[in-house]
Design a protein. Structure first.
Length: 534
């Protein structure tokens, strides 16, 4: 039997009076909050200055229409919900209480990737740069946190977990996903995945059908001095090199068998050193290890190149500053050289005793469209050339809900998503949706009739090409014939963006109010629950 749905349009006080008493079982409402009723409504909107949510006459109508025991659930503003509660109690509602609606958040053990490395989300500050992800291009960009939110939480959280990811999220947290869909096409039932990343609240995602979650993206840096050849040599120095304790000397070691086999890596290193460091010294000597003879090859150099490598690898450890500098091509050759030096290129296994270096290497992979899984017992990182992971039914049913009591956090970023980590597993997650704010500085300049100086651009929506400023350099996103994004950000979905100018204040009063907005943005909204006596 199909349900009958009737829509009644009009003034609620008029239309509610037309219904029969004791005829409805529940009332769910999101009325105007009257946040700024004294100044013409919230952000000047007249509909927010009616006072309807505080009017006992309105709640008296609702009370009469509800059957005995009927339920009311109504959202309110954090600054005005008490007036709604008072009006409801005056007309006879009982058990009036609050159920807080907390914006989408992550648990306290989740981290976010900042310019300086991984940091617990509880410790991140507004204005701090974090690695943001663009769902249209899958580009990764360092951008400032626009707002940070903290709240206490007690209840069930949604969990998505498999070998590659482990996410614990509040039910209303925004998640980007691609579901597997089965449809009839040309008389044949076919299965395919959604062609773009779609965002849904964690609790609303269908857990009975396979879907993919994003784990990685593409970060394009400004480039290293010396380019890809220098990046490749730097990878060899990190894994097979050493720094002299006195002076600035740098050495690289590689071995071959006595019979002359195994020269592939020696030839690669020799070619790079010859190209980049003229005047270097090279030594060879026979050695024995565990009863086997081999030839040790050593390259030694000092000077400007040695100083630069020591700066880029302080104490022979890669830094996040180095990571943000490298282009995608430089990242690829650096990773390839590191695999040759301390891993197996064919099996994509990288071995490193230092846990900080393993963590950095894993992060490198996730910023170039790969993913890495750390195995601390074996001191290695396993790589997969895939920027997403698939959750099938056995993952979804096993890990669905988990009780959590403690602080939750989230950040708001310009792209709507950022790179996070939990239990050593990196993933992409959406930020929460929060109320908009009027920029006071811009409104002052507008009323003064002056133009503001454009000092940069940020990502927006509306076109097929995108200009952006990444660390001061303009980057253009183009599309190939198939509509796939190419160029500065690597491969991704078709771009639908335009330049949105970032402006500086002009008038003295606008400069004084620069950075201020009209909206107080809480990390929760009160939902008021009540019932009609039986």
């Amino acid at each position: 039997m199909s349900a009958v749905i009737k829509l009644w349009k009009g003034d609620c006080l008029v239309r509610l009076a037309e219904l029969e008493p004791d005829s409805i079982g529940a009332c769910v409402s999101d009325p105007p909050y009257d946040l700024d009723s004294g100044s013409g409504g919230f952000m000047g909107r007249d509909w927010d200055a009616t006072g309807i949510a505080f009017d006992p006459a309105f709640w008296s109508l609702v009370f009469e229409l509800l059957r005995p025991g009927g339920i009311v659930k109504v959202l309110g503003g954090a600054r005005t919900f008490h007036r709604v509660c008072r009006a409801m109690e005056r007309v006879g509602f009982q058990d009036v209480r609050l159920t807080p609606w907390i914006y989408g958040c992550l648990d306290s053990s989740s981290e976010v990737l900042t310019r300086d490395g991984w940091k617990f989300g509880l410790e991140v500050c507004q204005g701090e740069e974090v690695l943001c992800w663009d769902p249209d291009t899958e580009a990764l960009l360092l951008m400032p946190v626009e707002e940070k939110f903290l709240a206490a939480f007690e209840g069930e959280m949604v969990r998505f977990a498999n070998d590659n990811t482990d996410q614990l999220l509040t039910p209303n947290h925004r998640v980007y996903k691609k579901h597997r869909i089965r449809q009839m096409r040309d008389g044949v039932r076919r299965a395919f995945f959604e062609d773009r990343w779609n965002v849904m609240e964690a609790a609303e995602i269908n857990r009975w059908n396979t879907f993919n979650l994003p784990l990685a993206g593409y970060h394009e840096g400004m480039g290293l001095e010396g380019g890809v050849h220098y990046a490749e040599l730097l990878g060899w120095v990190w894994t097979e090199g050493g720094f002299d304790p006195v002076g600035n000397g740098v050495r690289i070691y590689q071995s071959t068998r006595v019979d002359g086999t195994g020269h592939e890596y020696v030839d690669m290193i020799n070619s790079l050193v010859a190209r980049l460091v003229p005047g270097h010294k090279r030594y060879t000597r026979e050695r024995r290890y565990r009863g086997r003879s081999y030839v040790e090859h050593t390259w030694f150099f000092t000077g400007d190149m040695a100083e630069r490598m020591r700066r880029d690898l302080p104490h022979k450890h890669p830094t996040y500053e180095l990571l943000w500098k490298m282009t995608l091509e430089e990242k690829a050759v650096f990773l390839g050289a590191a695999l040759c030096g301390d891993g197996t290129e064919s099996e994509k296994q990288f071995y490193q005793k230092d846990p900080g270096d393993r963590e950095w290497f894993q992060t490198l992979a996730h910023t170039m469209g790969w993913q890495g899984r750390i195995n601390d017992n074996k001191n290695c990182v396993s790589l997969h050339e895939n920027p997403q992971t698939q959750l099938v039914c056995r993952h979804l049913r096993k890990h669905s809900r988990e009780f959590y009591e403690g602080d939750v956090w989230c950040v708001r970023v310009p792209t709507g998503a950022f790179m996070a980590r939990r239990n050593g597993k990196i993933f992409i997650t959406g930020n929460s949706g929060f109320p908009k704010s009027l920029d006071i500085s811009k409104r002052i300049d507008k009323q003064a009739g002056v133009e503001r100086e454009i000092v940069g651009y940020k990502r927006g929506v509306g076109g097929e090409n995108m200009n952006d400023l990444v660390h001061g350099r303009e980057v253009r996103q183009t599309t190939d014939e198939g509509g796939k994004g190419i160029g500065a950000y690597g491969t991704g979905a078709k771009q639908v963006g335009v330049d949105v100018p970032i402006t500086a204040p002009t008038t003295e009063l606008a400069k004084l109010w620069h950075g201020y907005g009209t909206a107080l943005k809480p990390a929760w909204e009160p939902a008021i629950c009540a019932r009609k006596p039986e």
